[in-house]
Design a protein around this ligand. Sequence first.
Ligand SMILES: [Zn+2]
Ligand SMILES: [Zn+2]
Length: 398
Amino acid sequence: MKIRPYIIDIKYEITKYRRILHQNPQTAFKESFASDFIADKLRKWGIAFERNIGKTGIVATIKGKKSDSNKSIGIRADIDALDILEEDNKKWVSNIKGKMHGCGHDGHSAALLGAAKYLKENNNFNGTVNLIFQPAEENGQGAKAMIDDGILKRFPCDFIYAMHNWPYCPLGYFEINEKESMAAVDHFKVIIDGKGGHASKPHTTIDPIIISSQIINSLQTIISRETDPFTPAVLSVTNINGGTGAFNVIPSQTSFSGTVRSYDKNLKRHIEKRIREISYEIANAHKAIATCTYETRTQPTKNHKEHAQICINIAKEMVGDTMVSKDPTPSMGGEDFGVFLEHIPGAYIKIGQAVDDDPNHRCSKGLHNAGYDFNDDLLPITIEYWARLVEHLLPLKD
Ligand SMILES: [Zn+2]
Ligand SMILES: [Zn+2]
């Protein structure tokens, strides 16, 4: 691993920042602590920035030694946390009960701060770098909010990049997809209106619990019986609500909700259509009424091949050929960076952070797990990667 001495030297400082961010997690558009913290560091380092882009978002701008190329690139880090009750397995555990940096966005933000510090003091490039601290990645609304606030016009970028820590691979292992990387995320909810009554007289009721059970079972056949196994899709029901808590009352209404993940637009439309049809028809067969809502949260994140290749080359120079996969299986997880990639060419990459010989280590635990933690050893690797990417794309000598 080739990491320049300056970046090794700031690892301790950036690790400190990462852990402070970890202790103060806030969810979508409420990330005031992270936003203030990042602004404070940028101010101290004399880096120009603007706030309130997508509510809590920040864009910092660093000019190269030369800026006659008129070229600019964007690097994006997400800053938001999740509604998770964190396992108390580290000194820097969350100060806010029920909120947790369970996806490592504290690490992404700290690494981008590290890159800001490095690039400000070592601006060996020709052009402009826009460092984008984006809110609300987890609910899929942050990138859109920044675009709605004019980021594309106010901070034009020729190319844009992002990274995500990946606890499913060893530390420093790069996974870079040439095309699809992260799936489209949809959300659906079904409400069943029946007729409540005494549990001892079910024949006088229209029991929405039985009807919901039948619908939920049948929804599973959309993927298993109607979908080409070579076209990836997931349908998960993740919430069921119904009943008052009383053991002897059949409720009048139940609801359930979940998520659909996919890459193919036609398949996505088919799944939506079938969720509606199956819900309406089964409810109808049992004299109940189903109401369905279905909404798209994020589109798939699809890399631009040429830019994925640039990232692959840089990663190989850094960590060697055997530590870079250019054709990993795309994830069915969601990521709203795809919204930026619809406007600007670029690439989204994953960098491993698992502790190789210890699957139970907190940095080897999966994203969104209550015991997970960002691996601080990934900070210098990420900063080095950003520095190399900037110097490659905005070279001093043409
Ligand atoms: Zn994440
Ligand atoms: Zn996440």
